[in-house]
Design a protein around this ligand. Structure first.
Ligand SMILES: [Cu+2]
Length: 334
């Protein structure tokens, strides 16, 4: 029995270590994919080395002392060094020196990162329970959960907290550090992506039942593709062809009260939920929790808080037939 415990005590930490070996870890902060994340990574590495040396040294001294000075019946009391001036000065001065050395690159990085970039694409990101609103006021467009950005250009993000909401924190690990979103306040961050691609992120401040479902993603395009994306987002929604299930869905959109909460440019001006004008141009929805397809949309409309606990979109008690028509309509919103 005793032996088994000893084996467990040795194997358990090793197993824990394996957790750091994931091959596909899209939210790995240690694999920077842009200049801001890289700058932070360049700070993490030296600080980590210093911390690791201190850790090993302190642990070694602690374990050494515990063994060397352990109680023995026949041993005399060890030499008492309490109040030794030279030792006291040494262990106050050495940590102070280490902290000072770490402070120099840290402060430099903080100042570098807070410098506002020039010629940036401006985006306002608003944190809601439990989804992200992304507004591009310069282009007059609004989307949700997917932050579309061009490569090779800084994105200057204004983070705004809805005064009636709770604290959230915006984090796309491969591109930048975390930044809190405080109700009623505005903060800033900026970053740039080296390559086109999808960079996964996450709300990183506990905000309620669906905090874990409040994901986000940055979608980086080449500058040409980004322009195409912007042009498409600026179009108003086309009316559904008369006589189709989609047209019936469009009528239901107003009749069932969807219009009061959602904007569809040319149809409605609701401001409570995400702008749906170009819903189908996204690949995920509801806080980037679900892949965007007809099956997931009908599951969503059937009972939003049922599939996403705490969601602020209510269960509207829609029939299967109404859901089918609404989904047919939503699918025209590209
Ligand atoms: Cu959260």
């Amino acid at each position: 029995m005793k032996k088994r415990w000893r084996v467990t005590a040795r194997v358990a930490p090793l197993l824990l270590l394996l957790a750091s070996c994931a091959k596909n870890a899209p939210q790995d902060t240690l694999k920077p994919k842009g200049p801001v994340a890289r700058q932070i990574d360049h700070l993490i590495n030296p600080v980590f080395i210093v911390a690791a040396v201190v850790f090993v040294l302190v642990q070694f001294l602690a374990v050494y002392s515990v063994i060397k000075f352990r109680h023995r019946d026949d041993a005399p009391e060890p030499v008492q060094v309490h109040g030794n001036t030279r030792l006291e000065i040494a262990w106050a001065a050495i940590p102070a020196l280490i902290l000072f050395t770490i402070a120099i690159p840290t402060i430099k990085t903080i100042f570098d990162l807070s410098r506002q970039p020039k010629n940036a694409v401006n985006v306002t990101v608003i944190g809601h329970q439990f989804w992200w609103e992304m507004r591009y006021d310069d282009y007059g467009i609004s989307t949700a959960n997917e932050l579309h950005i061009p490569t090779g250009k800084y994105v200057d993000i204004t983070l705004k907290g809805d005064p009636t909401d709770v604290i959230h924190s915006f984090w796309i690990p491969p591109l930048a550090g975390k930044q809190d979103i405080i109700p009623g306040r505005t903060s800033h961050m900026h970053f740039e992506a080296d390559e086109p691609g999808i960079y996964l992120g996450q709300c990183t401040e506990y905000c309620g039942l669906s905090h874990a479902n409040m994901r986000a993603r940055a979608v980086a395009h080449t500058p040409e593709e980004f322009d195409v994306w912007v042009k498409n987002q600026q179009q108003a929604a086309k009316a559904a062809a008369a006589g189709t299930p989609a047209a019936e869905g469009e009528a239901l959109f107003t009749a069932k009260g969807c219009a009061g909460c959602h904007t569809i440019q040319g149809v409605s001006q609701g401001m409570v939920g995400p702008n749906l004008t170009h819903l189908m141009s996204r690949s995920v929805f509801a806080g980037a929790m679900f892949d965007l397809n007809a099956g997931n949309l009908s599951r969503w409309l059937h009972d939003p808080p049922g599939v996403k606990p705490g969601s602020k979109m209510p269960n509207l008690g829609l029939s299967q037939d109404e859901i089918a028509k609404l989904v047919a309509y939503l699918q025209t919103l590209n």
